[in-house]
Design a protein around this ligand. Structure first.
Ligand code: E4P
Length: 213
């Protein structure tokens, strides 16, 4: 499983990229709004920093509007992936983008059937939202397992991005259940780097080194 970072914050993206593990970035309108910057300018900065896929979401609700917006976003840099919501209009747009060789990430996926439809429309990635499913008493990781089994059984090459990742257990479980990618907020990156026994071990090694006879 590869790692994307789920943020529009350029400092966090730079810090995560310096770890050498970053394969891409996902943004969404809420994350961009938090930054209070021009969306297109921020996408230029992100795509200059990160070589991998950078997901930029359309806000139109009709296919025609999504296609227009998506073409403008895709023109910003070759590594832009157009993020499209999982709706009927979204599927039409995904098909059009696929015909134009523009990569897509179908977002707000909450069922295996939605993932299968998105894949058949030509999506490069599908994003099932773990945390938001858990929030309403469903099992987000179980959805990853279902989608993974269906894609494997039918030789579908659309990649699964585990999204709405809220804590370290989500990361491990997404990897174990077949997600190709987890898109992870910076806070979760910081959490998964650490282990209390690592910190204790370093402290003991340093103490022993400093107190040697
Ligand atoms: C994914 O692409 C979304 O940007 C994101 O993971 C949503 O996460 P949230 O449910 O924590 O807002």
């Amino acid at each position: 499983m590869k790692f994307f970072i789920d943020t529009a914050n350029i400092e966090d993206i730079r810090e995560a990229n310096s770890l050498g593990v970053l394969a891409g970035v996902t943004t969404n309108p809420s994350l961009v709004a938090k930054e209070g910057v021009s969306f297109h300018e921020r996408l230029k900065e992100i795509t200059a920093e990160v070589e991998g896929s950078v997901s930029a979401e359309v806000i139109s609700e009709d296919a025609e509007g999504m296609i227009k917006e998506g073409k403008e976003l895709a023109a910003i840099a070759p590594n832009i992936t157009v993020k499209v919501p999982m709706t009927l209009e979204g599927l039409k747009a995904v098909k059009a983008f696929s015909d134009l060789n523009i990569k897509t990430n179908v977002t707000l996926v909450f069922s295996a059937n939605q993932a299968l439809l998105a894949a058949r429309a030509g999506a490069t990635y599908v994003s099932p939202f773990l945390g938001r499913l858990d929030d309403i008493g469903h099992n987000g990781v179980e959805l990853i397992a279902q989608i993974s089994e269906i894609f494997d059984r039918h030789a579908i090459d659309t990649e699964i991005i585990a999204a709405s990742v809220r804590h370290p257990v989500h990361v491990t479980e997404a990897a174990m259940h077949g997600a190709h990618i987890a898109t992870v907020p910076f806070k979760v990156f910081s959490q998964i780097v650490k282990h209390p026994l690592t910190d204790q071990g370093i402290e003991k090694f340093l103490n022993d080194w400093n107190n040697q006879k």
